[in-house]
Every structure is written in C-alpha cells, then in structure tokens.
Design a protein around this ligand. Structure first.
Ligand code: NAD
Length: 283
C-alpha cells in the first residue's frame, strides 16, 4: 500500500526538503512547526527550491503548482489523525524528540508509521517511549533532501518487519535509494562523516591552514564535491555538534570529542548558512 498522507514535524532545513520531495510524487503533506514564522521560513525555502527546479527544467511549472497545492502548513498537531506516516524532523534534542513522539503516538491511528529523521539519536530509545514501538523507524534523509539520492533506513530493536517494508516502499515511491543500517550512534554515514568534519575543525583551530585552503584541499585532493567546513555550515553547526555529542556519549570514545572551536561557534550563534555566518560568511 503506497503512502497517501504524510505529516512532517519541523519545517527547518530537513523538514521542508522532505515535504517537497513527498509532495512532488503526489503525497499530501502536512508540515507542522511551533510557530507561523518557522512555517513561513520553511515554506519560502521550499517554494524557491521548486522554482529553481523549474528553471533547470527538472520539473514543469504544473508539477510545481501541484506540489504546492498538496502541502498544508499548521502549528496544530491535531491534524495528525489523517497521516499514514509521520516523519519527525524537529531539532536534534533527545528529550524534545521523546516528547514529540509521545504526542504523535497519542494523536495518530494505530497503523500509522512513526519515523524520525534523527542524525544520531537511538531509534530504540526513541521507540521505547511510544505504545507501539514496532511502528517506529529511522528515516535518515540527507541534505539537501531534493538533491541527495540516499535514504538511510534504521531499524530499532523493536521495529517490526511490516514497518521496515513500508519504509523501503516509501523510499522507492520518492525516488531515493535506501541503505539499511543498524541502530548505533551515527548509523553508517554520519559515523564516518562526522569525525572527518570534526578533524577539519581541529585543523582550523590549530591554524594549520585557512578554512578556504582546508576545503579546497579536500575538494581537489579527495574529489569531494564540497569541503568539510562548507558542509558543516550547510548541515548547521548546532545540528552537527549535537550529532558529534551523540557519537561521543554513545560510544564513550574520546575520538569523537567535539573540537573546542565548534562549541564556541555554536555558543556565539554562528550556526552556518542558516544564521548567515559559520566557517564562511553567507550575508
Ligand atoms: P533546523 O534547525 O533547520 O529545523 C528544526 C525545526 O524544528 C525548526 O523549524 C524548529 O522550529 C522545529 N521544531 C522545534 N521543536 C518543535 C516541535 N516541538 N514541533 C514542531 N517543530 C519543532 O534543523 P534540521 O537541520 O532541519 O534538522 C532536523 C532534524 O533532521 C534533526 O534531527 C537533525 O539531526 C536531522 N538531520 C539534519 C541534517 C542536516 O544536514 N541539517 C541531515 C540529516 C538529518
């Protein structure tokens, strides 16, 4: 059975991208955030991304209009009752996500699948707070969602086979390639990526090279399409720090300790692209 109605919780970088890809393939999407301001910001980003796709002739103007017509914005969790699938894409904070999952559990139908887009938190621990933990799964999208072909599908210890099969079907439905991962901090991709970006920040904080040269080094020396510091800015330094902390605490291994410079930049509110300033400036 294909998914018809999705609710996406959190209209930030990831939530608005997830809403966009789902709406483009014909799924009705409710995008939920805590304020009208956050919803408007997310919707503006989504609209301009669709516009860019039209300009590149990746989609037609009619596709864009149809996708926009399938998206509803609200701050009211009461709409969750209609969803076949809820994808939680709110701020990376364990206690917040537990609260949101409990709310989803109360408000959705018994067959509804509850997915989280967490980058690093335990799917098993999140699933444990709901009454039907078998319906919980990790759907880890990549940024920017409309451009990136991968979907990491993470089963918690409790996730049932039907939920996993439905997640793989959704991945097909929205044109992503799924890879299966076990529930460990960082899953597969972030387990490898986060220490690499963190090391680039250590290199910067040691004044070994400038931000520009570190990024050019990795782009031209390793054939990466984007340098590690620009990638951290794209991810959001607060989100990246939260992911590193999960790896550090989850494995209790000092090799994942966040660079001091990263912690200071987050404390200063330099969060990367979303705040206009990170390792590079986006004014
Ligand atoms: P973001 O800061 O851009 O957006 C988070 C949004 O969640 C904000 O709009 C915020 O207002 C909203 N929010 C907070 N509390 C809420 C609540 N109770 N109900 C509804 N909305 C709420 O963050 P993001 O980068 O979109 O990250 C979201 C999730 O996706 C995190 O779990 C993150 O780890 C994960 N993720 C991020 C990336 C990335 O590159 N940024 C990649 C993969 C996964």
């Amino acid at each position: 059975m294909s998914i018809q109605h999705i609710a996406v919780i959190g209209a930030g970088i990831m939530g608005n991208g997830i809403a966009q890809v789902c709406a483009l393939v014909g799924i009705n999407v409710v995008l939920i955030d805590i304020s009208d301001e956050a919803l408007e910001k997310g919707f503006a980003a989504l609209t301009s991304n669709l516009e860019r796709q039209v300009r590149k002739e990746a989609i037609s103007p009619a596709d864009r209009q149809a996708a926009l017509g399938r998206i509803t914005l609200t701050t009211d969790y009461g709409v969750l009752g209609q969803a076949d699938l809820v994808i939680e894409a709110a701020t990376e904070d364990l206690e917040l996500k537990k609260r949101i999952l409990k709310e989803i559990d109360k408000l959705t139908g018994r067959d509804c699948i509850i997915a989280t887009n967490t980058s690093s938190l335990s799917i098993t621990e999140l699933a444990a707070v709901v009454s039907r933990p078998g319906h919980v799964i990790g759907l880890h999208f990549f940024n920017p969602v409309p451009m990136m072909g991968l979907l990491e599908v993470i089963r918690g210890l409790q996730t049932c086979e039907a939920t996993y099969t439905a997640a793989l079907a959704l991945s097909d439905q929205i044109g992503k390639i799924a890879v299966a991962a076990r529930n460990r901090p960082g899953f597969v991709v972030n387990r490898i990526l986060c220490p690499m970006i963190n090391e680039a920040i250590f290199v910067l904080q040691e004044n070994l090279a400038s931000a520009r040269d570190i990024d050019i080094g990795m782009q031209l020396g390793c054939n990466h399409p984007i340098g590690p510091l620009a990638l951290a800015d794209l991810i959001g330094l607060d989100t990246f720090l939260a992911a590193l902390k999960s790896l550090h605490e989850g494995f209790d291994d000092p090799k994942y300790r966040p660079a001091q410079l990263l912690k200071e930049m987050v404390a200063a509110g330099y969060l990367g692209r979303k705040s206009g300033r990170g390792f590079f400036s986006y004014e």
